[in-house]
Design a protein around this ligand. Structure first.
Ligand SMILES: [Zn+2]
Length: 92
């Protein structure tokens, strides 16, 4: 087994394999790849509908996560809320 930790690489023809694409798709969505790798992935997408679908899925999930983490309760709001609920509870 070969370690892939050293970074992205292309085959002799400068093409990306589907396996490599799958490994890199997360970094691609985050914009963490070099221009060279992005264009290699773009070229791969042009001829591979399977990886296009994978990228779509990844982008969609990333968007959902971003939206979910945007909704943060402000500091102190949670404490105020529980105090208000406690008051409500004791006044019954
Ligand atoms: Zn592919």
């Amino acid at each position: 087994m070969r370690s892939c930790a050293s970074g992205p690489e292309l085959d002799a023809a400068g093409h990306l394999s589907c396996a490599r694409f799958t490994e890199l798709v997360g970094e691609h969505v985050e914009g963490a790849l070099s221009v060279e790798m992005r264009s290699a992935m773009g070229a791969h997408l042009g001829g591979c509908s399977r990886c296009r679908a994978l990228l779509d899925e990844y982008a969609r999930v990333g968007e959902v996560v971003r939206r979910a983490t945007d909704v943060r309760m402000p500091l102190g709001a949670r404490a105020r809320l529980s105090r208000a609920l406690a008051r409500l509870w004791h006044h019954r």
